[in-house]
Design a protein around this ligand. Structure first.
Ligand SMILES: [Zn+2]
Length: 331
């Protein structure tokens, strides 16, 4: 099984691979890569060397673990030699049968068949070129794709659940829903009415409204920092017998309770927030496509995918240009 041989399909190549669902796995041979890719193509949830079994007082660590709804269903062992395949089946099959897990052992000839049937050879060549190395002790230096695809920040944002998303069509549904929620008029309306409601509930706002009818004996002008542009703006505070009875902003229509120096700044800030939202959505779509395809998506594909998801494909509003997406997300 540790034969290196002159055939490229034998063990010897090691490297990381990003699965269809965005998970990073470490593969120990081209044969393993083919099985991984085969699972990717069929949107199967898998991981490698998840568990160690104790069978007849010997520990055994199979290669692939296949899950369905987070339940382990199948274990796959990848062997080079047909003789090894038979040996493994004889030794372990009964054990897995007994615990209700399907046990499969593939050898070179099966895997070659899979490679051909699913047209995987291009990908395995690419994987060897880009990700794999013949050295086996370079594990941590072998991650040209890592970080590029999933920085810690992105991981945090996407969250555990979505990284384990089941398949592409469900992913699309998920985003459609999420996007609709974020961008729908209803949501915007809701947030506006919330702001209006807040305006009447906020003690400062109430003071502002009632100020006119009250008589004050002291006025103090204080400074506030605009959360949009950072500039200082004046707030007049009115007192009677040292009790605050009213507040006035210079910009009379300062509609978001004293947070912006002017309404223009408020509007600018809203736009910026929207831009951020689109940028965020575009980032997720781009990364997802890249994981699915195991290559950079093309502009056209990206746009039609956005369309499918019901997300604005207006790149000018997020990254500016498509090239910028690639550069920003890969750099
Ligand atoms: Zn401002």
């Amino acid at each position: 099984m540790n034969k290196r041989g002159n055939d490229r399909t034998s063990r010897g190549y090691n490297g990381y691979h990003v699965t269809w669902s965005g998970k990073r796995v470490y593969l120990r041979s081209r044969l393993e890569f083919i099985i991984a890719k085969w699972c990717d193509i069929r949107h199967i949830n898998y991981s490698l060397e998840d568990r160690i079994y104790n069978i007849d007082n010997k520990s055994y660590k199979p290669d692939f673990f296949i899950y369905d709804n987070n339940i382990l269903k199948t274990v796959i062992e990848v062997k080079y030699d047909e003789n090894d395949r038979k040996k493994y089946l004889k030794r372990f099959k009964q054990f897995f049968d007994d615990i209700g897990i399907k046990y499969i052992v593939f050898s070179l000839k099966h895997i070659k068949r899979i490679e051909k049937k699913y047209d995987i050879s291009y990908y395995s060549e690419e994987w060897i070129k880009k990700s794999a190395s013949i050295e086996s002790n370079m594990r941590d230096n072998l991650n040209p794709h890592y970080g590029m695809l999933h920085s810690d920040e992105t991981k945090r944002k996407i969250g555990k659940k979505t990284t384990e998303r089941i398949n592409d069509s469900e992913y699309k549904k998920y985003w459609k829903k999420r996007h609709e929620k974020a961008m729908s008029r209803e949501e915007v309306k809701k947030s506006i009415s919330k702001a209006v409601k807040k305006r009447f509930e906020d003690p400062e706002e109430r003071l502002k409204l009632s100020m006119r009818s009250r008589k004050y004996d002291k006025k103090i002008t204080t400074n506030r920092k605009c959360i949009s542009c950072g500039s200082q703006f004046d707030v007049d505070m009115y007192y009677k017998n040292d009790n605050l009875i009213g507040i006035k902003y210079k910009d009379k229509d300062n509609y978001i309770i004293g947070k912006f120096c002017t309404n223009t700044c408020g509007v600018k800030y809203d736009k910026m927030v929207k831009k951020k939202a689109i940028k965020y959505l575009h980032t997720l779509v781009y990364k997802h496509m890249k994981n699915m395809k195991n290559r950079e998506p093309m502009r056209k594909e990206f746009l039609s995918y956005c369309k499918d998801l019901g997300i604005s494909g207006d790149i000018r509003r997020s990254f500016g240009t498509f090239k910028n997406i690639m550069e920003e997300l890969n750099g």
